[in-house]
Design a protein around this ligand. Structure first.
Ligand SMILES: *[C@@H]1O[C@H](CO)[C@@H](O)[C@H](O)[C@H]1NC(C)=O
Ligand SMILES: *[C@@H]1O[C@H](CO)[C@@H](O)[C@H](O)[C@H]1NC(C)=O
Ligand SMILES: *[C@@H]1O[C@H](CO)[C@@H](O)[C@H](O)[C@H]1NC(C)=O
Ligand SMILES: *[C@@H]1O[C@H](CO)[C@@H](O)[C@H](O)[C@H]1NC(C)=O
Ligand SMILES: *[C@@H]1O[C@H](CO)[C@@H](O)[C@H](O)[C@H]1NC(C)=O
Ligand SMILES: *[C@@H]1O[C@H](CO)[C@@H](O)[C@H](O)[C@H]1NC(C)=O
Ligand SMILES: *[C@@H]1O[C@H](CO)[C@@H](O)[C@H](O)[C@H]1NC(C)=O
Ligand SMILES: *[C@@H]1O[C@H](CO)[C@@H](O)[C@H](O)[C@H]1NC(C)=O
Ligand SMILES: *[C@@H]1O[C@H](CO)[C@@H](O)[C@H](O)[C@H]1NC(C)=O
Ligand SMILES: *[C@@H]1O[C@H](CO)[C@@H](O)[C@H](O)[C@H]1NC(C)=O
Ligand SMILES: *[C@@H]1O[C@H](CO)[C@@H](O)[C@H](O)[C@H]1NC(C)=O
Ligand SMILES: *[C@@H]1O[C@H](CO)[C@@H](O)[C@H](O)[C@H]1NC(C)=O
Length: 800
């Protein structure tokens, strides 16, 4: 039987002529099936069947032929919604002028759906082009294609493809996410052009917008200045009566580059770099995962520090565990126990959570907090309530876009079956009290709580010493900071407030956000940080951990942070001061990297994190915090906002972060010390000047380095020192980590112990130019042959 079937099948197949290997075309009398593929002329792209994830589903797709990635990097999918399971019995062929996919039982399950005149049916061919476009055209290739895959993008935007709005068909080209990394069917996130405002917007379920590029001003998008930082791309906008669209090209067409809308709603720009042989993340938006609207579906909650990001609220479980396991959270969560409408109100309880934003579509109700609760309890459609200020809001229907916040967010109470929540005693007792209405009981309970509370306070109420650190009581810090009223600054890890302790010393209190660590681990990490003491590092005086409140108390620095002087014009620092500041920071970093018990990578070196004391001696702040957040540094990255100008490229590529990432950021900061402005600035003509590349150019062309100097210094600086600082900066911002010197070498170069060689132009500006200059950071200073140099050289060789 089997055998016969096989013979029959084979016979069947021999009737249609199959594709010869290496061809780029499917002609009218040919079909493609099984493992056959067609490959574009320049061998960039390949089309054929591929399997998504672990399922047994196959799809027709286009992928990069040259990237030997496994799974292949798919850029287009034909039958997104209609997979097949046996690729050997399915066929892709041209029938009546259309390219169609036939499934195992020869039913048409996908088609290009165009109408052409029958006279040219036989001359129609499907060709895969070298830019990744699959076109259906006349064999003679003299007329426009009848159909092209570039007009029907899936989750990828390739260079040379138009992305926009067709005014004749009134349709937008919409990039739609996959449902999950293992399922190419249409997911819930999309990105499209809004032609009227010339901006791209990311949407949830085709409606709720959660990210926008900002309007295009002819050179850049208002919210995406980075586009121009990279000379390798050119974006342009075109509009006429037929269509409005964006298109981009890569200056070197052999470069592999693409934008994708990923399954979790983030737009990623990837590029393949010759030297790393992998696709690297170049750019992405939104910068934090939980900004993606309703990532976790209804009754799901997004945690930026979570892995996975989504969780169901207490008392709820994933609607589809299978989807959830594949990181498709869009289905959200459902109740473990349905609420029995109208009955058993006493079996219902409320779960209090703190969220960043209250969900949309609430309705208002009147009354006190207690009445608000009762209103919701008595309305069987009510799913949740909140009471903010004096306003009661209730929600009927699914709660979307919940994002955890353990700081000063909004409280919302979710109705749940009481057996699904393990609530603290207090609320349980209060519930009983409220329902039964026994006033005496309530008073008793309240009295009991009061006593318990007092007792707890007393045991906590003392500020004690833990090692060299003071363990503060929250209340004391609240008083010291006048209830956190005088904000000094903010950052990726929380805001900083000025405070005055009882002994009238002035401190800076950092209220940490998004630290999910338990108290014990937090204490141990903090005590490690407490042992770090160096003249160029801000001293940690103490901490406070009470419940979700985690605070760090530092010495207060009178002269604020470096950025206020460099960019905000607080006080012009003369060149000598700047040089000393650079040296001080270098010494602080050497200490962090090499001299403490555990090597500490700062991860967020930038002028905001350099504080200046009364004598303008620099002190590094915010060290060790990455450690508090946990080992998963890529998560840290997504929480560090607005720091991009200082981030080393390896942050984006996902490889392990070493101390060299700090060296990169230090290099960027050196440039700013010279220049007195941010390393990238947008000028009046809205062009972006990327200063590091200017520095590299001036150095390499032997130009006038003093022309790079901050105008406010009127050229009053040592030519030699400025040159040296610029050279060191260029070494520090080399693309490859190995090409950057260690901080101790940097320190020695700044001290003048070592001379600095001419650095190559950092690859980040010539990202796609394959240059492999030999790496020699310095030559020995003839005047100084100390053992220090030998030691450094030895260190250097250890790098290789
Ligand atoms: C396929 O058809 C085209 C024209 O219809 C013809 O030129 C070509 O020779 C055919 N190929 C084969 C292998 O029969
Ligand atoms: C894929 O399936 C195999 C066996 O069916 C299993 O061992 C493997 O863990 C699965 N991989 C993923 C990523 O689910
Ligand atoms: C092929 O597609 C048709 C129409 O969608 C469907 O009825 C049939 O079950 C499919 N055959 C197989 C083997 O999946
Ligand atoms: C082609 O048209 C048919 C019916 O008009 C429709 O069901 C199908 O979804 C269309 N296919 C594509 C790929 O647009
Ligand atoms: C299509 O190509 C054939 C030759 O292959 C040519 O005779 C015919 O005129 C072309 N048709 C169009 C519409 O260009
Ligand atoms: C998405 O929108 C459609 C209507 O456009 C609606 O029917 C559907 O329920 C929405 N999906 C979710 C998950 O809310
Ligand atoms: C789009 O087409 C309509 C006619 O179909 C025309 O009136 C309108 O001006 C066009 N829009 C643009 C932006 O050209
Ligand atoms: C718009 O489309 C019409 C019909 O195809 C064409 O004649 C016209 O040249 C197009 N206009 C532009 C600006 O491309
Ligand atoms: C963008 O670059 C491509 C290829 O380098 C070039 O053909 C095109 O003219 C450029 N477009 C613009 C608007 O600069
Ligand atoms: C959804 O939640 C995110 C994160 O809290 C927030 O930034 C965004 O504004 C919310 N969107 C809406 C429409 O409320
Ligand atoms: C989901 O993952 C969990 C844990 O890995 C596993 O126990 C469960 O069987 C999975 N469920 C499904 C439906 O795949
Ligand atoms: C919120 O209300 C608007 C209109 O009132 C409706 O279009 C939208 O679907 C609702 N959203 C949800 C999540 O219920």
């Amino acid at each position: 039987m089997r055998f016969k079937e096989t013979i029959l099948l084979l016979l069947c197949f021999s009737l249609s002529i199959t594709i010869s290997s290496g061809a780029n075309t499917i002609s009218a009398n040919q079909s493609l099936s099984g493992d056959q593929t067609i490959i574009s002329d320049g061998e960039q792209f390949e089309l054929g069947f591929f399997k998504a994830g672990n399922s047994s589903n196959y799809y027709i797709g286009i992928w990069y032929n040259k990237l030997n990635s496994n799974p292949p990097t798919i850029v287009w999918v034909a039958n997104r919604e209609t997979p097949i399971s046996d690729r050997f019995r399915s066929e892709l062929k041209i029938i009546n002028g259309n390219l169609v996919l036939l499934n195992e039982s020869k039913s048409q399950i996908w088609s290009t759906n165009i109408t052409t005149t029958t006279t040219i049916f036989n001359s129609i061919v499907a060709v895969i082009l070298d830019d990744g476009n699959l076109v259906l055209r006349n064999r003679s290739n003299l007329v426009e294609p009848f159909w092209e895959s570039f007009d029907h993008p899936t989750h990828t935007w390739l260079p040379g493809a138009k992305l926009g709005y067709n005014n004749r068909t009134k349709k937008s080209q919409i990039i739609r996410s996959w449902k999950s990394n293992e399922d190419p069917s249409v997911g819930i996130f999309s990105v499209e052009l809004h032609p009227s405002s010339r901006e791209f917007v990311s949407k949830w379920n085709g409606s709720q917008q959660y990210w926008t590029s900002g309007s295009w001003d002819g050179k850049a998008f208002a919210s995406v200045p980075e586009v121009l930082l990279d000379y390798s791309y050119n974006f342009s906008y075109h509009t006429n009566e037929n269509e409005s669209y964006f298109i981009y090209f890569v200056s070197d067409p052999s470069i592999i580059s693409l934008f994708i809308m990923d399954a979790l709603g983030i737009i990623r720009q990837l590029a393949w770099l010759e030297d790393t042989h992998e696709l690297n993340l170049i750019w992405f938006e939104p910068k934090t995962q939980c900004e993606v609207y309703s990532l976790c579906g209804s009754f799901g909650i997004c945690r930026q520090s979570g892995s996975p990001f989504c969780d169901c609220l207490t008392g709820f479980e994933p609607r589809s565990e299978r989807d959830w396991n594949q990181s498709d959270f869009s289905g959200g969560c459902v109740r473990k126990t349905d609420l029995e409408c109208g009955r058993n109100v006493e079996k219902q309880d409320f779960l209090k959570i703190t969220v960043k934003n209250l969900p949309l579509n609430n309705s208002m109700a009147v009354g006190s907090a207690g009445e608000c609760r009762t209103t919701c309890l008595n309305d069987c459609l009510c799913e949740a309530y909140s009471f903010v200020g004096t306003q009661c809001s209730v929600w009927n229907g699914d709660l979307l876009n919940l994002s955890e916040d353990d700081g000063s967010g909004n409280e919302i109470y979710i109705k749940v079956d009481s057996k699904d929540v393990s609530h603290p005693k207090r609320s349980n007792l209060v519930t009983v009290g409220a329902v039964v209405g026994v006033v005496v009981g309530l008073v008793f309970v309240l009295a009991l709580i009061f006593v318990l509370y007092r007792k707890k306070r007393v045991s906590l109420g003392k500020t004690t010493m833990e090692g060299s650190l003071v363990a503060f009581v929250y209340k004391d810090l609240q008083i010291a900071t006048k209830n956190f009223s005088e904000k000094l600054g903010g950052g990726g890890f929380g805001s900083v407030f000025k405070g005055r302790l009882r002994d009238s010393s002035i401190v800076a209190v950092k209220r940490l956000e998004g630290i999910s660590q338990g108290e014990k681990q937090f204490r141990s990490e903090v005590s490690t940080i407490g042992t770090i003491q160096h003249v160029n590092i801000v001293r940690l005086r103490g901490f406070c951990v009470e419940g979700s409140n985690k605070l760090l108390v530092y010495d207060y620095m009178v002269n604020s942070s470096l950025d206020t002087h460099l960019f905000l014009g607080k006080q012009v620092l003369n060149w000598k001061m700047r040089y000393q500041i650079a040296l001080g920071i270098a010494r602080g970093l050497v200490y962090l990297h090499e001299k403490c018990r555990d090597c500490i990578i700062h991860c967020d070196i930038k002028p905001e994190n350099i504080l200046l004391d009364a004598d303008f001696c620099p002190k590094i702040a915010d060290f060790g915090l990455a450690k508090l957040v946990g080992r998963d540094f890529s998560r840290v990255l997504t929480t560090i906002r607005g720091t991009r100008g200082y981030l080393a490229p390896e942050w984006l590529s996902g490889v392990a972060i070493t101390a060299k990432a700090d060296v990169f950021s230090f290099g960027m900061m050196l440039i700013e010390l010279v220049y007195g402005k941010r390393n990238s600035v947008r000028c009046e003509n809205s062009r972006i000047t990327y200063f590091p590349s200017l520095v590299a150019d001036v150095l390499n062309e032997g130009g006038d380095v003093l022309s790079l100097l901050d105008n406010r210094l009127n050229g009053e600086a040592s030519d030699e020192e400025v040159t040296k600082v610029c050279k060191i900066a260029c070494w520090c911002i080399q693309y490859e980590e190995e090409s950057r010197p260690s901080m101790s070498l940097v320190e020695q170069m700044l001290e003048g112990v070592l001379d600095v060689n001419m650095p190559p132009i950092p690859k980040s500006f010539t990202l796609f130019v394959d240059k492999s200059d030999p790496v020699v950071f310095f030559t020995e200073s003839p005047s100084n042959e100390s053992s220090q140099i030998k030691e450094s050289l030895d260190n250097l060789w250890q790098v290789y």
